[in-house]
Design a protein around this ligand. Structure first.
Ligand code: ADP
Ligand code: ASP
Ligand code: MG
Length: 446
């Protein structure tokens, strides 16, 4: 199932929740502004963020602002939890790692007030941002936005701690790494914002990660579908769930730089259509039509190989059934054709953070599954070519494979959908593969 499919049920529930909620009384534009970790990394940077917000409020826009923790803070919190002992209750993990956002929300509200902008902070539970009970990667189930909206309508900026929610048990949850993007889009959908601006450390969405490929080109527009694939295949500029939610609710979503001087960019104006970075929009709004829109890569997968499993019905079901029971998501799967019709090798990929668990599950079931060897490796990368134009253009796969072969890059597994081709390769070649494919499909900036 592709990223869009797997998120479908949650999206339908959310759509039902948001339907016919709050009816806006004011005609002033409503804006959601989200600032990521590097944008709020110091109090000085928070002052810069406040200046962006002030530009908007001065122009008469109502602003809900969603903030991440200071850069590096969430990693530090995760590390502290690990040092504290094995996490036997994920509710405590969330109690700790959600705290970075509490700090930045309070700091930004304080700075805003100090420059004469009416503001208050909101923790996830205060809004409330209600989630399911899956601690560590909870899904938003609904947002009670009436009080927040009342504040906004009264001209008070609402500074919301991203990444956090509250479970049906009344405990703090977190939305998975990068989850503040999803907080922002969910708030935008709940309050029916006119736009959701994601301010980050790059000035838009590029044809590939601009930190890896300096010749990457910034896109003016990208379709929800393509961005959904890009995000789920490794482009961490937006959390996958945020894109899915924007697509379902038709949220006007823009990625832009927080490092643009706040006074040098124009304030949001309803209907003027200016794009300050990259707009994520419906496919038919896109002007530039290319076969391939972008290249993504992910280095956070691990490869597992079962050597010499019996080539007979039920073996794959036994392996993947056990992994499903252990809540492990499997990505690519390759089963080799056996020479003798009796034994074969089964290779698949999982998130590297799940590798130890996978090996333990399969070791436990060695006698029932029946295999000779079990190997796990994290030295792999997945490189993906993405573009809605692939629907009507044959040959992208063949070109991809030929270009990689020419560079001597061996492909260990392949997976495709209508609009993407992913290959699994040795991690050492990830950068070379991304650059090669970026050039091959005419994406390099001039
Ligand atoms: P924030 O802290 O603001 O949420 P992130 O680090 O999560 O920021 O996301 C921004 C980063 O995403 C950029 O610094 C860039 O390296 C990376 N990135 C990966 N792929 C892309 C892409 N296609 N376009 C833009 N940025 C990308
Ligand atoms: N602070 C959280 C993280 O680092 C959420 C976010 O930044 O979006 O994952
Ligand atoms: Mg992010």
């Amino acid at each position: 199932m592709n990223a869009a499919g797997s998120e479908h049920c949650a999206a339908a529930a959310l759509r039902r929740f948001f339907r016919n909620r709050y009816v806006r009384s004011s005609i002033m534009p409503l804006l959601v502004m989200k600032f990521g970790g590097t944008s709020v990394a110091t109090v000085d940077k928070i002052r810069n963020v406040a200046a962006h917000v002030k530009r908007e409020t001065d122009a008469g826009n109502r602003c809900a602002v969603v903030v991440s923790a200071m850069a590096g803070q969430t990693n530090q919190l995760v590390q502290w939890v690990k040092e504290a002992g094995s996490v036997d209750d994920e509710r405590e993990y969330d109690a700790v790692v959600s705290s970075g956002e509490q700090v930045t929300a309070g700091l930004l509200a304080t700075v805003l007030r100090s420059i004469g902008v009416k503001a208050r902070s909101w923790q996830g539970w205060q809004v409330p941002i209600r989630t399911d009970i899956v601690h560590g990667s909870a899904r938003i189930a609904g947002i009670g936005s009436d009080e927040l909206l009342e504040g906004l309508e009264g001209g008070e900026v609402g500074v919301i701690a991203g990444f956090q929610g509250i479970s049906p048990e009344g405990r703090i949850t977190t939305l998975g790494r990068g989850g503040s993007d999803t907080s922002a889009v969910a708030v935008a959908a709940a309050i029916k914002a006119d736009q959701c601006d994601i301010y980050t450390d790059v000035d838009g969405i590029y044809t590939t990660d601009p930190r890896m490929v300096p010749r990457a080109r910034r896109l003016d527009k990208i379709s929800y579908e393509e961005m959904l694939e890009m995000a789920s295949l490794g482009a961490k500029v937006l959390q996958t769930r945020s894109v899915q939610m924007a697509m379902v609710h038709g949220v006007r979503l823009q990625v832009r730089s927080s490092f643009d001087p706040p006074e040098a960019v124009p304030a949001f104006q309803l209907g003027d259509g200016t794009v300050a970075g990259t707009l994520v929009c419906d496919e038919d709004e896109k002007v530039e039509q290319r076969v391939v829109s972008g290249i993504a890569y992910a280095k956070d997968e691990a490869k597992v190989t079962l050597v010499n499993v019996a080539d007979k019905p039920g073996v794959a079901a036994g392996v993947f059934g056990r992994l499903a029971d252990a809540n492990i998501n499997v990505d690519m799967i390759v089963q080799n054709v056996s020479d003798d019709g009796r034994f074969t090798d089964l290779t698949f990929t999982v998130l590297d953070s799940d590798l130890d668990k996978v090996l333990a599950v399969l070791k436990d079931a060695k006698a029932e599954i029946g295999y000779k060897e079990l190997n796990g490796s994290t030295d792999i990368a997945k490189v993906s070519v993405i573009g809605v134009g692939m629907r009507s253009h044959a040959g992208v796969a063949a070109q991809t494979f030929a270009a990689l072969a020419e560079k001597g890059i061996n492909i260990e597994a392949i997976s495709t959908s209508e609009i993407k081709i992913s290959v699994l390769i040795d991690a050492a070649y990830a950068e070379l593969a991304v650059r090669t494919l970026h050039t091959l499909f005419g994406l390099d900036a001039n």
